[in-house]
Write a protein that binds this ligand. Sequence first.
Ligand code: NDP
Length: 235
Amino acid sequence: MTPRTVLVTGGNRGIGRAIALELAAAGHRVAITSRNGSGPEGVLAVQADVTDAASLDAAFTVVETELGPVEVVVANAGITKDTLLLRMTEADFDDVVATNLGGSFRVVKRASKGMLKARFGRVILISSVVGMLGSAGQVNYASSKSALIGFARSLTRELGGRGITANVVAPGFIESDMTAELPEAQQKDYLGRIPVGRFGSGDDVAKTVLWLASDDAAYISGAVIPVDGGLGMGH
Ligand code: NDP
């Protein structure tokens, strides 16, 4: 295993936290961003808001000084603002797209500078099964998540020759603060549609990200990897 310098956005809780801890346990040098600057023990926590390029730039500078140039970037920070289309405001739409898609753009753009210099990089974008399946009440969220596929595939064509891979991980229903907010009836409905018969955990996603960051995944790029217990099969 080659130890890498890794940055995970939104690594203070949920899936991002599980990813950060899994990669740190495997021996990588891990930094996370969080909006309040806090993070789990054993990783470097830096403050950043992914909707603000200047705060991300400052966070990268700290990480580069403390741990070296970022070699693996995991664009994980994301939000939902669910409501039916007719009730969805411009702000509901714009906020979700600015965080989930715009945030990924900002963090990957900043990371690509060091990756191009090093002629090595792993870009891992956390999408969602609903980016492909669609989901009533999530026009904003599903759009922001499916767009990440075009993002990773364009990046693969643009930077593939420079030792940089870009892949999408598409989790299904993962237990976290985000899914805890959903009404019980909706949670039950999801469970009934998951062939493996359980919700996923942050660790399920983290192990996939660990593999994508590893030397073994050097020839995987532009891929969409579902971690969804079969929920999105065929999409
Ligand atoms: P959580 O709500 O538990 O965590 C979201 C994380 O994103 C938090 O760390 C939050 O930081 C951070 N974040 C949100 N907005 C910003 C911002 N503007 N700048 C910086 N950080 C921000 O969600 P999950 O862990 O469940 O989700 C993580 C990712 O996985 C998201 O992209 C989500 O869309 C995706 N996903 C989740 C699924 C699930 O079932 N849970 C399924 C499929 C995909 P803060 O603590 O400051 O709010």
